[in-house]
Design a protein around this ligand. Structure first.
Ligand SMILES: [Zn+2]
Length: 145
């Protein structure tokens, strides 16, 4: 994905002021180094809102890491922390890691269902939906598409 200035945008994790009182750390965003702007990955928007809604109308905490609530943010955090990628390989690595994580969660899902553990099933369902929401948008990570 390109910025309006035609430069490549990079995937990064940033701290985002969601509202005047709520700050979210480790939010995946697309950054343009040239004009110093960033934007949220579009499919993350509704999920951010859901996480903030969990805090309630009068949150006692006003800052949290998205990695604690969101499978995709956690996965991107882990991949970036690993540091073992080049600008060009990041997309492939992420696609691979996301697919692996989905497979793992699907295995657990089968297990949770056979145990009829409803709480676990719905937790896994949420985590799967958080991961798969990005797949149609994976091409945003690719600079030249
Ligand atoms: Zn730009």
């Amino acid at each position: 994905m390109k910025c309006s200035c035609e430069q490549k945008m990079k995937l990064e994790l940033r701290t985002v002021m969601y509202t005047r009182s709520v700050m979210i750390r480790h939010v995946p965003v697309l950054v343009c180094d040239y004009c110093l702007t960033y934007e949220l990955i579009p499919s993350m928007r509704p999920d951010l809102k859901k996480c903030v809604d969990l805090l309630g109308p009068d949150p006692s905490i006003n800052s949290f890491s998205l990695t604690e609530y969101h499978e995709l943010a956690r996965l991107i955090y882990e991949v970036l922390a690993e540091g073992d990628y080049s600008e060009d390989s990041l997309k492939q690595i992420l696609e691979h890691e996301i697919q692996e994580r989905i497979n793992l969660l699907l295995d657990l899902y089968g297990m949770a269902e056979s145990l009829q553990d409803q709480a676990w099933v719905s937790d896994l369902r949420l985590r799967l939906s958080q991961l798969s929401v990005i797949l149609p948008e994976m091409n945003v990570f690719h600079a030249d598409v």
